[in-house]
Design a protein around this ligand. Sequence first.
Ligand SMILES: [Zn+2]
Length: 174
Amino acid sequence: MAARRILQLGDPLLRAVSKAVDGGAGNVLADLRDTLHEFQRTHGFGRGISAVQIGELSRVVYIEIHGKSYSLVNPRFTSMSAETFELWDDCFSFPELLVRVRRSMTVGLKYVDEAGEPRSLEASGAFSELLQHELDHLDGILAIDRAIDQNSLCTREEWLRQGLNASTRTFPQH
Ligand SMILES: [Zn+2]
């Protein structure tokens, strides 16, 4: 297993709809974990990655948040709250760009874990928006598609210069 190259914005594969996994996803999950750790080492942040980002069109997501890791195979939302919040979002596939998006405050999720067991979870706040970002990838949707308005795109350099990372209710950095 190894860290893999992360597809960058403009690669048409990022726009593809990933296929449901029928069987084991261990190899993809191991590569996602290694790739996330490599990104964390080189960028100093990173919490989640979808299989399509390493060129695998499988509905698989790997997440590390709040000291826990989650291997999500065939994840799907069972609920999304009408209550929303706004945040500056980013993505491994365009790490120098921040996008202001609106996400549901809480979500419910069903998925299959690494061992093939069906599971469910509920998430709110940072975990909720992270799940919405990563599941969007499985349908070829990118954070830039969710930009709230024409003032919702910002380079990381400008975002830091303006101190937007210190504004309230932001959960940046996937
Ligand atoms: Zn992303």
